[in-house]
Design a protein around this ligand. Structure first.
Ligand code: ATP
Ligand code: MG
Length: 437
């Protein structure tokens, strides 16, 4: 099995990587416009960070972490999510003393030992955002609006935004008691997982995916109706902020999110298309987390979006991401002289940021042309002894089939003028014609 990828992991092949690059570029551009800066965090951290930062009672910590001892006997865990690592970095790098709020985004792989199924892998990818230092509802609204703008830019429809508040430790403790009083008579009917949750974290029972548990909690007291004054006002603030921007949402009192450290606002973007893997993105406020991880009390909020699920959603809504044309010209050759000339020409073209290739396998002309066709070059030119001698060749536009006689000396300038995709500005050409476009 050594030559098969481990269960739950997948290669992102050259034939699909452009879709990832497209999403990454839209996401990072948008984050930058909102004033968020990218952070890159390690793939592994000390296990204790996740035990504290994700929370001991969560499925992630209980069942899903890839944990091992390194050679010095330290317990190490592959990141199952990004927030804990970003919080650790915030504390370790003294971000509390920098200009506030601190607004960060990331693009990471994450690792969870899960039951592999559609949209659920053991290595998967997340785009995420975290903001520290702002306690008011305005930043909750900003983060949600960033997400909703991202979906809009991708052309996604039917992606429902659900919000809720899970209160602060004060109102949540009181709510826990109420919930337990309601659930106690049904304790035997709850699934085994929820029976364990009953004492440790009864709120999570609201989130259980078992149908029998869902039926029981349907009549449970609702969180938004049991919030303290401060948490209630915060939820009102988020709702009116979203209304102000015209962002449509639904308050769903059952959303609690899987992680222990959330406070007040929680939200999810859920696919409303039948047949897709539910939640595309989840987030929330975590005002207690920085302190739990060893920093000074600091409000925080963020989200994480599953990139594989986003791609599935785009696919199921029939939204195509077009592969950009990458290669400009293929220089097919006949004979050694032409081949040497083509090597030089390709080198010069590449210096000017023109995408160029020539044959590397000593193939027949027919095989070279077949290759050029398959790889989607915009132009081809065939060079043999005659062309080298006369200094002229026939440039063929591969899409229109149009042919033009060109002098080989002028080919670089000519190409740069006629390319559909403007190449990057060229530093080596003093008067670069592409810059006048
Ligand atoms: P779920 O309820 O589907 O297990 P979750 O609550 O565990 O999701 P989060 O920890 O909030 O998920 O992660 C944020 C997002 O990351 C999810 O909304 C989802 O899009 C994606 N995600 C989570 N786990 C996986 C996985 N195993 N494979 C692929 N994507 C995942
Ligand atoms: Mg999960």
């Amino acid at each position: 099995m050594f030559n098969q990828a481990p269960k739950g992991t997948r290669d992102i092949l050259p034939s699909e990587v452009y879709k990832w690059q497209y999403l990454e570029s839209i996401f990072s551009t948008l984050c930058a416009k909102f004033g968020y800066k990218e952070i890159r965090i390690p793939v592994f951290e000390h296990t204790e960070l996740f035990q504290r930062g994700v929370g001991d009672s969560t499925d992630i910590v209980q069942k899903e972490m890839y944990t091992f001892n390194d050679k010095a006997g330290r317990s190490i865990t592959l990141r199952p999510e990004g927030t804990a690592g970003v919080v650790r970095s915030y504390i370790e790098n003294g971000m509390a003393s920098m200009a506030q709020p601190i607004k960060l985004y990331y693009n990471i792989s994450a690792y969870r030992y899960e039951n592999v199924q559609k949209g659920r892998y053991r290595e998967f990818h997340q785009f995420g955002v975290e903001a520290f230092g702002s306690a008011g509802p305005e930043i909750d609204v900003e983060i949600i609006s960033l997400l909703s703008m991202f979906f809009e830019r991708l052309g996604l429809a039917n992606t429902g935004l659900n919000i809720n508040s899970i209160g602060c430790p004060r109102c949540r403790d009181a709510y826990h008691e109420k919930l337990k009083v309601f659930l106690r008579p049904h304790l035997d009917e709850l699934c085994e997982n929820c029976q364990n949750r009953f004492e440790r974290n009864p709120l999570r029972i609201l989130d259980c995916k078992e149908e029998s548990c869902q039926k029981i909690v349907a009549g449970a007291p609702l969180l938004p109706e049991n919030l303290c004054g401060e948490c209630g006002a915060h939820l009102e603030g988020v709702m009116s902020g979203l209304d102000n921007l015209g962002i449509v949402y639904r308050v769903d009192p059952q959303i609690v999110r899987g992680l222990d450290y959330y406070t007040k606002t929680v939200f999810e973007f859920v696919s409303e298309n039948p047949g897709s893997q539910g939640t595309i993105c989840g987030g929330g406020r975590y005002d207690g987390l920085v302190e739990v991880c060893g920093g000074a009390p600091t409000p925080g909020i963020g989200f994480a979006l599953g990139v594989e699920r986003l791609l599935m959603e785009l696919d199921s809504q029939g939204i195509l991401i077009e592969e950009p044309p990458v290669m400009d010209i293929y220089i097919a050759t006949l004979g050694h002289k032409a081949s040497d000339f083509a090597q030089r020409l390709v080198y010069e073209l590449r210096k000017c940021n023109v995408g160029a290739e020539t044959d590397l396998l000593d193939r027949s002309l027919k095989a070279q042309m077949k290759y050029a066709d398959k790889k989607g070059f915009l132009y081809t030119i065939v060079l043999g002894d005659d062309e080298i001698e006369s200094g002229k060749g026939v440039l063929r536009d591969m899409r229109s089939g149009e042919k033009k006689d060109v002098s080989l000396d002028s080919i670089i300038d000519r190409l740069k003028k006629s390319l559909l995709v403007a190449p990057e500005p060229c530093r080596t050409c003093p008067s670069d014609p592409t810059q006048q476009k």
